[in-house]
Design a protein around this ligand. Structure first.
Ligand code: PLP
Length: 419
C-alpha cells in the first residue's frame, strides 16, 4: 500500500519539541503560572497565539477540557435559565451536559442518515421563541452542513458554537471547521487529534466573545481582555492594591496547566502530520471496504474534508448484528471496536432528568417553553442508525493499523461466505 504519509512514524510517540517545552516549564520551577496575570514561561499564551494563527482567527482561549470550553462559550453567548439550545443526540455527553450546567434546556435535533451529522431541517423544526443557540457537532472528524446552519441562525438571531472536539483541520467548503460559527470549541483529551492528556481551546473572531469566554475560563477576572491575559494584565501596583476589584462576572476555573499547554504546543506544531496520519488510516479502512454493499461509511459530501477522529461505518443490513460483526472482527485479530454512544437523551441522566434535583431546567419557573420529554421516539433517524455504527480507531501505529485492515477484510469475507 502506498498511502502512508512519509513524515509520520508512530502517531502516539511524543516528538522532541513536546519534551523540550515540557522541560522548559519544569526548569522554570513551580510558581503562580495559573494567575491570569502571569504566564511565564508563557506556554498558554504561545499556544493560544499559534492556534489562532493556524486557524486564521483573531482569538484563541485555552481551557482544561473541551467541555469547559463549551460551557464558557454558552456563558459568553448569554445562554441561561429559560433558554433552549439545539444540539444533536449523537455526540459525547459533554455537548448536552454543558447546556444543563447553564440551567438551559437541551433540545435534540435529528441527524442526517448519511453523514450522521445534525440535520439542518430538523434544527429548523425545533426552533421556538426560546431558542438561543445551536451547538452543531463536527462528528467523527466531519463538519455538519454549516452553510445551512448559519443561514438558520441568522434568520432567528441564534449563536452558533461549533463543537469541533473531534474535528481538527476538518474542512467545509474551503473553511476550517470551528471558524464558521460564532465560536469554535476543540478538545485536547487523550483520544483527540492533538492532545496533552486533557485540555481544550475556543476560537473566535469576535473580541466580545473572546473576553467573555476568558471570564468563563477564569473566575470572571476583571483583568481579562480578549487577548491573552499575559499581554493585557494591568501593572502590579493595580493588582496588588487591597481595594482592587477582581471579579467582574461569574466564571469558573477552567485554566489549562502550563505543562499541558507546553505539550499541546508541541502537538500543534505537527498537527498536519497527526491529521494526515488518521486520514491515511481511514483510507486504509475504506480501501478494504471497497464496494461492500452492506457496510456504509460516513458519507463525505463534495467540498468536505473529514479529518477522521475515527472511521465510522454503518452496518446497513438486517442480516448481521452489531455483536456478530464485532465478535468476528475480534476473532480475526481486530482490536475490539466501540459502538457509537447511545443517543444522549436515552441516557439515564436524561430519561430520569437527574440534573439539579429541583425540576430544572425543564420545570424551571423561568422556562416558558414546553418541557422536553427525553425518551424513545424523539429522533427516529438517530435511534435507527446509532445501534448499528462501528467506530474504527484511526490512531494506530502502522503495524496495528495493518492488523485492523486484515481483520476487517476477513470479517467481510466471512459474512459474504468467502472465508
Ligand atoms: C464531540 C465531543 N464534544 C465534547 C467532548 C468533550 O471534550 P473533553 O473530554 O475534553 O471535555 C468530546 C470528547 O471528549 C467530544 O468527542
Amino acid at each position: 500500500m502506498t498511502w502512508w504519509p512519509e513524515t509520520a512514524a508512530d502517531i502516539n510517540t511524543p516528538r522532541a519539541n513536546e519534551y523540550k517545552y515540557v522541560t522548559e516549564v519544569l526548569d522554570y520551577g513551580w510558581h503562580n503560572t495559573s494567575s491570569p496575570n502571569t504566564s511565564s514561561p508563557g506556554f498558554n499564551m504561545r499556544l493560544e497565539q499559534a492556534f489562532a494563527k493556524k486557524f486564521g482567527v483573531n482569538y484563541a482561549i485555552t481551557h482544561n477540557s473541551g467541555t469547559g470550553t463549551m460551557h464558557s462559550c454558552l456563558m459568553a453567548a448569554g445562554v441561561g435559565p429559560g433558554d433552549e439550545v439545539i444540539i444533536p443526540p449523537l455526540t459525547a455527553a459533554a455537548t448536552a451536559l454543558v447546556v444543563i450546567y447553564q440551567n438551559a434546556v437541551p433540545v435534540f435535533a435529528d441527524i442526517d442518515p448519511h453523514t450522521f451529522n445534525i440535520d439542518p431541517e430538523s434544527i429548523r423544526e425545533r426552533i421556538t421563541p426560546y431558542t438561543k443557540a445551536i451547538i452543531p457537532v463536527a462528528l467523527y472528524g466531519q463538519s455538519p452542513d454549516m452553510e445551512a446552519i448559519m443561514a438558520i441562525a441568522e434568520e432567528h438571531n441564534l449563536v452558533v458554537i461549533e463543537d469541533c472536539a473531534e474535528a481538527f483541520l476538518a474542512q467545509y467548503k474551503g473553511k476550517l471547521a470551528g471558524t464558521i460559527g460564532h465560536m469554535g470549541s476543540f478538545s485536547f483529551q487523550g483520544s483527540k487529534h492533538m492532545t496533552c492528556g486533557d485540555g481544550g481551546i475556543v476560537i473566535t473572531d469576535d473580541p466580545d466573545y473572546s473576553r467573555k469566554v476568558r471570564y468563563g475560563m477564569c473566575f470572571g477576572f476583571s483583568t481579562l481582555e480578549a487577548e491573552s491575559a499575559a499581554t493585557t494584565a494591568p501593572p502590579r501596583e493595580v493588582r496588588q492594591d487591597p481595594g482592587f476589584a477582581r471579579h467582574l462576572t461569574l466564571g469558573w476555573n477552567y485554566r489549562l496547566p502550563e505543562l499541558c499547554a507546553a505539550a499541546a504546543l508541541g502537538q500543534l506544531e505537527r498537527l498536519d502530520d497527526l491529521v494526515s496520519w488518521r486520514q491515511a488510516v481511514a483510507a486504509g479502512y475504506a480501501e478494504v471496504i471497497g464496494d461492500c454493499d452492506w457496510l456504509r461509511p460516513q458519507e463525505v459530501p463534495e467540498g468536505y474534508v473529514n479529518s477522521y477522529w475515527c472511521y465510522t461505518v454503518l452496518i446497513d443490513t438486517d442480516e448481521i448484528t452489531w455483536h456478530q460483526f464485532r465478535d468476528r472482527y475480534v476473532e480475526f485479530g481486530g482490536d475490539p471496536i466501540y459502538g457509537a454512544w447511545r443517543p444522549i437523551y436515552l441516557e439515564p441522566v436524561f430519561t430520569e432528568e437527574r440534573f439539579y434535583g429541583r425540576g430544572c431546567p425543564n420545570h424551571c419557573p423561568l422556562y416558558k417553553g414546553t418541557p422536553q420529554k427525553y425518551g424513545k421516539g424523539l429522533c427516529p433517524v438517530t435511534e435507527r442508525i446509532q445501534p448499528r455504527l462501528l467506530q474504527f480507531r484511526t490512531n494506530w501505529d502502522q503495524q496495528r493499523a495493518q492488523q485492523q485492515f486484515e481483520a476487517l477484510g476477513k470479517t467481510i469475507a466471512y459474512f459474504e461466505g468467502n472465508s
